[in-house]
Ligand binder design. Structure first.
Ligand code: LLP
Length: 381
């Protein structure tokens, strides 16, 4: 998958590091724009997936908006050129300081997740003599056809405003003079590879829109969040997700009112395949069933396998051996979950070999930690 000249270039670079393929990122962005612009949709890039400056500047150059979940992400997005009027600020626990950052920058919209949050944003906006645009994040976690407003699971879920709270929200909104309801926001989850799940979301949004319509409310903006998945098993076969079918599905199934604009918050599908974690084999150690390939990257650089039992394809970039062996590819951290894959078949691996852990562009480097006082990994573009 990697060109020999790239591998040659890696040879003397201290490992582990993230390698980003900006050409693939640009190609993905081009397709996102082509497919979303067919319907006039707005795509906000979810900074949480990867907030590297080079990556953000590249994405901004393609005209996307930003979806931020912290005050620092708002500040970073602005410093990388994203216009404030294209920045949405989400999150279940925005601090006063973070809300003030959003207010001072006159961002497009706060995605609000609770009644107390609405009240705080109103108070802070009043102090600044501003009107804050808000969208209500409505919890869509239950399938469209179930009894969503009486499900107790909804009460326990920290994300979004529950369906049964909406009457109260509308009453409270009438009293909050410094906020302006402009939209409804939804997000059903991440790494969704079955487009049918988004069909469920569309049907749910249609139902909720009917409810608002019955209450004489038509908001200008509908935001259906992110969540489109990537192919972790075969990244080389599908380096760019099927954006065409994704956007078309919303076009076919969502009942937008004529003046309504549709927004998306895509993270992983845009950056996921453009990042690779490059690591060096430190030791090959005999195990009972398989050998261990102990590499110099661990859960400190990529926590997804340890946290979500996530699969990332591992490739030995430098071994020329014809013979293959099975390895548990593990990191150096003293945690049994510090493992990138069990019994993986790789060409015979030796100390010093470079290994690529694929599909790390999203939720890789951003989730890196300094546990064990390890250095944060570097990025190469
Ligand atoms: N919008 C909202 C409200 C979200 O909560 C998320 C992700 C996104 C957009 C972007 O979703 P994406 O298009 O990237 O799926 N650390 C986990 C993923 C957490 C996703 C959280 N929310 C992982 O490594 O899989």
């Amino acid at each position: 998958m990697f060109h020999s000249e790239i591998i040659e270039r890696f040879k003397d670079t201290p490992t582990p590091f993230f390698y980003y393929n900006l050409d693939l990122l640009k190609e993905s962005l081009k397709i996102v724009n082509e497919e979303s612009s067919k319907y006039g949709y707005h795509v906000h890039y979810a900074l949480k997936a990867n907030s590297n400056i080079e990556i953000l500047e590249t994405i901004e150059a393609y005209g996307l908006g930003a979806d931020c979940v912290s005050g620092n992400e708002v500040t970073r997005a602005i410093s990388c050129g994203f216009p404030s009027e294209k920045i949405a600020f989400a999150g279940v626990g925005k601090s006063d300081e973070e809300i003030n950052i959003g207010l001072e920058n006159d961002i497009f919209c706060f995605n609000c997740e609770s009644i107390p949050e609405l009240i705080v944003i109103d108070e802070l906006a009043q102090k600044k003599n501003k009107i804050a645009n808000i969208a209500l994040r409505i919890n869509p976690n239950v399938e469209a056809n179930t009894h969503y407003y009486i499900t107790t699971g909804l009460e326990e879920n920290k994300f979004g405003i529950n369906r049964w709270e909406l009457e109260e929200v509308l009453e409270i909104l009438k009293t909050l003079k410094n906020i302006n309801l402009i939209g409804l926001h939804f997000h059903i989850g991440s790494q969704i590879t079955d487009l049918n799940d988004f069909k469920g979301l569309c049907l749910r949004v249609n139902e909720i829109q009917e409810w608002f319509y019955d209450h004489q409310i038509i908001v200008d903006h509908i935001n259906v969040g992110g969540g489109l998945g990537i192919n972790y098993e075969n990244p080389e076969e599908e380096p760019i997700p099927d954006f065409k079918s994704y956007f078309k599905l919303f076009h076919d199934l969502l009942d937008l009112r004529p003046q309504q604009e549709l927004h998306f918050e895509l993270g992983r599908s845009i950056v996921g395949q453009c990042g690779t974690l490059i690591s060096k084999a430190l030791y090959i150690k005999k195990g009972i069933k398989t050998n261990f390939a102990i590499i110099d990257a661990g859960m400190t650089e990529l926590i997804r396998p340890a946290l979500y039992q996530a699969y990332h394809k591992v490739e030995n970039l430098t071994s020329l051996a014809k013979e293959e062996e099975r390895y548990d590819v593990v990191g150096p951290i003293c945690e049994s979950s510090d493992c990138f894959g069990k019994a993986l078949t790789l060409p015979k691996t030796s100390r010093g070999d470079l290994l690529a852990i694929h599909s790390c562009g999203a939720y890789g480097e951003v989730m890196a930690s300094q546990y064990n006082l390890r250095k944060l990994p570097k990025a190469i573009y």
